[in-house]
Each structure stands twice: as C-alpha cells, then as structure tokens.
Ligand binder design. Structure first.
Ligand code: HEM
Length: 406
C-alpha cells in the first residue's frame, strides 16, 4: 500500500458503540470527518476503523494478513452460547479451508444462470404484492413490499414451506441485531433464543429433505446436504450456514429495495428518468448500493504484523471496514455525495470484494431490478405519506417503514 503524506493512526473522532446525535439519520457527514481527519482511526478498545476506498480494497485483497475468523472477537462478546456457535460456523466469519469448502457448495445455485431461473417467480410475486397495496390505496412499502420480496425468494430457494415463513424475519432480525458493536443483554438474549429456535426448525426441515431430496441445481438445502466425500458438511455446519443464508439473503436486500423506493420518492427527476428509460434501472440499483449501502460495516483481524497505507498495524488488531464511508470517498467517486444513477464505472464495495465477496450478489441485483421496475410501472406517481425513519443500527442501513400513498 502507498504511504499517503501525513498518514498516522489518529484517535477516532466518535464511537460506533455510542454514535453521535444524528448519526442514524445521516451518518455521511461523520464518515466524511473520519475519512478526512482520521482515515486510520484508533478506538479506545484498540481496534482500527478504516474509511478510504483504497484502504478497504487493500484489506479485502490480503486475506493472509487480514482474517475473517471471528472466534477471538466473538468469544467475549457472546460467551459459549448459540450466537457464538452460529456466527463462528458461518462461512462469512471463517477463513479457508473451511470457508472455501462451504462456499463451493453454495456457488452452484447462485450463478447468474441459476439465479435467472429462480427469478422467474419474482415478477409475478411483485405484481401480487402491488395488487394488495393498490387495494389498500397505499401503506407501508417496507413491510408490504421491500421485505416481502426477498423473504419469499430466499424461502423458495431453501424450500421453506410457505406456512412456516412467519417467524423467519423475526429470527433474522434478532440474530443480526446481536452483531451490533454493543448489543446489550436484551439483544443478546433475543439473538440466542432465535438461533436455538431457528436451529430446531431447520434440523426438522433438513431431515425431511434428506428423506425426500429436491433438485440440487435449484434447491439450496439439497445441495448443502448432498455429500461429496471430504466436502460434506456436519449437521451443525449445515444448519448454521442455512441460517446465515436465510439472514444474508433477505435483510440486506429488503433494505436495498426500501432505500431505492425512498430515493425514487424524494428525487422526482430520477424517478421521471427511470420511467422514461427503464433500461437504466440496473445502474440505478448500483448507485443505491453505493449511496445507501445496506451493509455499512465489515470486519477483519490482522493475524500478523502488517501495514495499512504504510502505517504499522500489529498482529491481533481488530479492523472495522466502514463500507458506507468508502463508498462516498472522493478519491474513488466523482461528486460522491451526489446521487447519479448513470454513474459509470461504479466500483462500490457494497458487496465487499475478493474471497468473501457476497455470494448472493446476482440474486440481490436481480430481485431489486425486478422489484423496482414493477413498482414504477404500477405506481409512477406514488408519494410519501409520512416522513420515514432510519433503523437505529450501525451495521445495517435501512428504513423502519415507508408509508406511501399511491
Ligand atoms: C443488497 C443485498 C446484499 C448486500 C448489500 C450483501 C452484502 C454482503 C457483503 C458486504 C458480504 C461480504 C462480507 C465480508 O467480506 O466479510 C456478503 C457476503 C455474503 N453474502 Fe451477501 N449481501 C446481499 C445479499 C445477499 C443475498 C441475496 C445472498 C444469498 C442468497 C447473500 C449471501 C452472501 C453469502 C453466502 C456471503 C458470504 C460469502 C463468503 O464469505 O464467501 N447476500 N454479502
């Protein structure tokens, strides 16, 4: 990495554990302060925040120095309970060879071609949801649309019967909520309970699928179950990675669709342009990913003495990658605070990069494109009925609700 003149480790100007007033509504001025004043920022607990696009990219590139294995970090946070076992068994929080072993099992059902087949059901499902909203003359588009579409898709992909899908979102939110930097006892208890209930549910579902396998090209659970010698997953590995997929597959995509609708509601010029030229919807979705990245933070741990931008980082240092800040870095994007749905190239890091880059990015993109296209065709003149509120979480960015009038 290049040493930028004047770079040094600087105390972080604010804390992710106790974000400054106004942070949840608009974190971007705080990110800007971080990038400009403390690009390599040290927090009181000794971890380091990185906020520049080039620095995040360099960390993503170097999986040897920067590990994804979270056992050291999560042991004191979660104790030896269900949350600890879940997160430390998910592929995303592991290094190779285990990470690669699980990832190889997944990618076959997440290729663009396989995803295109899965996506056939998305259009008709969007239309059915839009019918329901139209009948009511509006309502909450987060609950009635942005959340419903991804839950349906990932539920289909794992073959969860429709009648069983009720608790999925609650379990997911509880498990992901416990990933916040300071979750507190209530969030931890809810997260542990959710992992236990979710695991019990999935072990029954997996048993049923063992007795009656689905098509491994389309059914993710069947693919995860199918044994291939040394590649076979243990029952616990199977359950925790299926839970991770259900969580990863819908929460972030819901937030992407919700934020996209909010941008369309508040930027009439963008909306008019997309109605006139829907072929720009894919690049619009990329710009939403950059501008309101659903996943605002990533984490790594330095496992050997190394450097970031020429600054020494000791083995053992926890690194927080502030994706939301890197995606508005003026060194990587012209006019980064402007929403430009024609931006090209758009090398955002919303899906991470390299070894752990989001395995579901084709699916997320396709879902969002279809959902936004269907919405604009049906409700070109929709309006906000109420000012929406952003969720109070630092890791994930999305709206709590989006009340619309049609
Ligand atoms: C807008 C939607 C999404 C966003 C913003 C997103 C974001 C991310 C990010 C940033 C990572 C990398 C984590 C890291 O480097 O530590 C990741 C990993 C992952 N995501 Fe997504 N994701 C989305 C949707 C999905 C969907 C729909 C699926 C699956 C159906 C999915 C499955 C995964 C998996 C399996 C990984 C782990 C990859 C690995 O560790 O090799 N994601 N995602």
């Amino acid at each position: 990495m290049e040493l930028a003149a004047g770079d040094a480790v600087t105390p972080a100007p604010w804390s992710l554990s106790k974000p400054p007033d106004g942070f949840f509504d608009d974190p971007f001025p705080f990110y800007c302060q971080l990038r400009e004043k403390a690009p390599i920022a040290q927090t009181p607990d000794g971890s380091v925040l990185l906020s520049r696009h080039a620095d995040l990219s360099a960390v993503y590139r170097d999986a040897v120095s920067f590990s994804s294995d979270k056992r050291v970090e999560f042991a004191p946070k979660y104790g030896d309970g269900p949350l600890y076992r879940h997160h430390t068994t998910s592929l995303v929080f592991n290094d190779d060879p285990y990470h690669g072993r699980v990832r190889r099992r997944l990618v076959g059902v997440l290729t663009p071609r396989a995803v295109a087949a899965l996506a056939e059901a998305v259009g008709p499902y969007c239309e059915a949801l839009l019918d329901r909203l139209a009948d009511r003359g509006g309502g909450d588009a987060v609950e009635g649309y942005a959340t419903a579409v991804p839950v349906r898709v990932i539920g289909d992909m794992l073959g969860v019967p429709e009648s069983d899908r009720g608790p999925l979102r609650g379990w997911s939110l509880a498990i992901l909520g416990a990933l916040e930097p300071q979750p507190g006892p209530a969030r931890l208890a809810a997260g542990d309970a959710a992992v236990s209930e979710f695991s019990t549910y999935l072990s029954d579902l997996i048993e049923a699928r063992r007795r009656s396998p689905g098509d491994p090209e389309r059914d993710l659970l069947t693919r995860l179950i199918a044994g291939e010698g040394a590649e076979e997953l243990t029952p616990a590995e199977l359950i925790h990675n299926a839970i991770f997929l259900l969580n990863a597959g819908h929460e972030t995509t819901s937030n992407l669709i919700g934020s996209a609708l909010y941008i369309l509601a508040t930027m009439p010029g963008v909306r008019r342009a997309l109605i006139a030229g829907p072929e720009a919807i894919p690049s619009f979705v990329e710009e939403v990913l950059r501008f309101e990245s659903p996943n605002q933070l990533g984490n790594r741990r330095a496992v050997r003495d190394t450097q970031v931008a020429g600054v020494a980082v000791a083995a053992g240092t926890q690194i927080t990658l502030v994706i939301g800040a890197a995606n508005r870095d003026p060194a990587a994007f012209a006019e980064p605070e402007a929403f430009d749905f024609r931006r090209s190239p758009n090398r955002h890091l919303a899906f991470g990069a390299r070894a752990h880059q989001c395995a579901g990015l084709s699916l997320a993109r396709i879902e969002a494109r279809i959902a936004i296209g269907a919405w604009l065709r049906r409700f070109p003149a929709f309006a906000l009925a109420k000012r929406p509120a952003w969720q109070r979480r630092v890791r994930f960015r999305g709206l709590t609700a989006l009340e619309v009038a049609l």
